[in-house]
Design a protein around this ligand. Structure first.
Ligand code: HEM
Ligand code: HEM
Length: 182
């Protein structure tokens, strides 16, 4: 719901945006630590425990973020943006949402196809409700990995655009998504 009197995104949208950024960075970044631990080690098990727990946290955050996006009052698009730029931003944001939803869902499916349970920080564990299919799991792993890479690349382009608006064009685009500064 557009509210032309609002200058920034409401607190709920800003908080959920940055919590989602944190979850994506941790889920993706933790995989790079794998190389430091030998195959079958406890360290590796912790890496996948963290990857899957944070991935599930991302699902929970999106279950809050999407209804919040639909219901919360939000500012009209920044006056600094021309119509074609607004359309490009809307397309990029739509793609980011699609990748944010699809990547963890494929991850859950992948774990289940391997017969693995998924755990949320060991607080609760969901056993696989489907049969094991390792061949299919390998294909889904490729898709999951490619989607995750696409998400991170698109998010980096998106972040770079926000930084150009802030530091080069010196408009309000980034400030609208940041916590208020006093
Ligand atoms: C609940 C959510 C998720 C689950 C259950 C999940 C599960 C998995 C599993 C089982 C693997 C295969 C690990 C292996 O090779 O043994 C994997 C790999 C991977 N996941 Fe996820 N994932 C989730 C969310 C995410 C998210 C949010 C991202 C990134 C934003 C991501 C990025 C990746 C990448 C890049 C790989 C490939 C790692 C490699 O083998 O090099 N995953 N995931
Ligand atoms: C994993 C990383 C990120 C993801 C997945 C992501 C995702 C999104 C999405 C989906 C939106 C649209 C919000 C909506 O209208 O509902 C958005 C808006 C925004 N994001 Fe990000 N973002 C990420 C990182 C960043 C970073 C690092 C920055 C800043 C450097 C940033 C700055 C912004 C700004 C300024 C907006 C508002 C754009 C506007 O008003 O048109 N984002 N982000």
């Amino acid at each position: 719901m557009i509210d032309p009197t609002l200058e920034r995104y409401p607190f709920s949208m800003r908080a959920l945006h940055w919590l989602v950024v944190l979850a994506v960075l941790v889920a993706y970044g933790v995989i790079y630590l794998e190389a430091f631990f030998p195959r079958g080690s406890v360290g590796r098990a912790y890496i996948w425990w963290t990857h899957i727990s944070v991935g599930l946290a991302l699902v929970a955050l999106l279950m809050l973020r999407i209804p919040n996006r639909i219901l919360a009052r939000q500012p009209a698009p920044s006056a600094a943006l021309s119509r074609p730029v607004r359309i490009a931003a809307a397309v990029a944001h739509g793609l980011l949402y699609l990748l944010l939803i699809a990547t963890p869902l494929l991850g859950i499916w992948l774990a289940f196809l391997r017969g693995d349970a998924v755990t949320f920080f060991s607080l609760f564990t969901i056993p696989s409700p489907i049969g094991i299919d390792r061949t299919y799991a390998r294909e889904i792993k490729e898709v999951h990995e490619t989607m995750a890479d696409a998400l991170v690349v698109l998010a980096m382009l998106h972040a770079a655009t926000a930084l150009v608006h802030h530091f080069v064009l010196k408009d309000d685009v980034l400030r609208r998504m940041l916590p208020p500064s006093r």
